[in-house]
Design a protein around this ligand. Structure first.
Ligand code: FES
Ligand SMILES: [Fe+2]
Length: 360
């Protein structure tokens, strides 16, 4: 039989136990927030798809925010976003066809206008009384710089915030690429945390084009910014991924240094839009831009397709491997945060505040 430990309890033991309890209760509080918002925080804009992914007559099926959706463009060019379930018998509207300003269900031909109102039931004679009583849920949509955004309300109210539209998206002075990434087994919180954690770059991305450069040891500082945070390394700037401007709740601006061999234009600005597919998968759109036009853009375009694109995937493959390996909320089970995680702590506080406001 094991001997009982009869040593006196020292003050530092008590302190250690208290600290362990404090960390455990913080983890518990955060876990509740993360569970509440695992498929997204409503009443915000989220990037849905690149414009180029949407055809003229066929709706685009999407899964975003834990919902199946049908995105379509009518004959006049206006965009519409419906819940992907016909009001009649629940068939997917994304299997239907766009006819003029209507979306027609493939199963029995019920037709909907851009607001989601049913306007025709062919088997009942078309625009009948019954049609006026049927509608599908629709969400507001905006399009900026080749990226389509949806507003996910929880109460049917009009958008209460402006859609993200940073200058780099639409200004003709900026050129670049929209790169989609679909990460399965990775919830959106792990992706967001990765974006406000610059110190991971010289470790995870060691040996990549520029992201592995710089010191391994540093201090992380966080400043409040309107609608978000600025997270930076104290010791270096534009050596690697050294700072991130976070816009609550779902997008970041990051600068990645480019050497002369990447062509003219200096550092690359990356706008990263993060959208939950559901609680266990995340859609990310990385809009990669430089303030260049004309022949300079042509040189970057060529270098991008020749070799820079591959180098980007060297970095993203590393991120995907590390984030998938965290196994969702398993990452929280024994989490032990350090000073370098200050960006994560401050970002979580914004979500915790939103959670507390909703609970009131
Ligand atoms: S399920 Fe759509 S028309 Fe019948
Ligand atoms: Fe990374």
């Amino acid at each position: 039989m094991a001997q009982a430990d009869t040593r006196p309890v020292e003050a530092e033991d008590v302190e250690r136990i208290r600290e362990r309890r404090r960390r455990a209760s913080e983890r518990g509080r955060w876990r509740a927030v993360e569970e509440a918002f695992e498929a997204g925080l409503r009443n915000h804009w989220y990037a849905l798809a690149p414009s180029a992914a949407l055809g003229d007559t066929n709706p685009l099926p999407l899964r975003r925010m834990g919902e199946d959706l049908a995105l379509w463009r009518d004959a006049a060019g206006a965009l519409h976003l419906f819940v992907d379930s016909c009001a009649h018998r629940g068939a997917r509207l994304s299997l239907g066809a766009v006819v003029g300003d209507r979306l027609c269900c493939c199963y029995h031909g019920w037709a909907y206008d851009g607001t989601g109102q049913c306007v025709s039931i062919p088997s009942e004679g078309g625009a009948c009384e019954l049609a006026r009583e049927a509608r599908v849920r629709s969400y507001p949509v905006e399009e900026h710089g080749g990226l389509i955004f949806g507003w996910f309300d929880d109460d049917g109210q009009a958008p209460g915030r402006d859609c993200p539209n940073p200058e780099e998206l639409e200004s003709p002075e900026w050129s670049g690429f929209i790169v989609p990434h679909e990460w399965h087994g990775v919830g959106w919180f792990r992706v967001l945390e990765n974006l406000v954690d610059p110190i991971h770059a010289p470790f995870l991305h060691a040996g990549t084009y520029t992201m592995g450069h710089g010191a391994l040891q540093d201090v992380i500082a966080v400043e409040d910014r309107p609608g978000g945070l600025f997270v930076k390394r104290e010791g270096q700037e534009l050596v690697s991924f050294d700072y991130s401007t976070y816009h609550f709740p779902n997008w970041c601006e990051v600068d990645v240094p480019y050497p002369w061999s990447a062509g003219p234009g200096g550092a690359m600005r990356v706008l990263v839009f993060v959208t939950p597919i559901d609680g266990e998968a995340t859609q990310v759109y990385m809009v990669r831009k430089r303030r260049i036009t004309g022949w300079k853009w042509w040189i970057w375009w060529s270098l991008w397709h020749l070799r820079l694109r591959r180098k980007m995937y060297d970095v993203l493959d590393g991120d995907e491997a590390a984030l998938t390996s965290q196994r969702g909320r398993h990452a929280l089970d024994n989490e032990f945060l350090a000073q370098s995680d200050l960006g994560i702590v401050r970002m979580r506080r914004l979500f915790a505040d939103a959670h507390a406001r909703l609970a009131r």
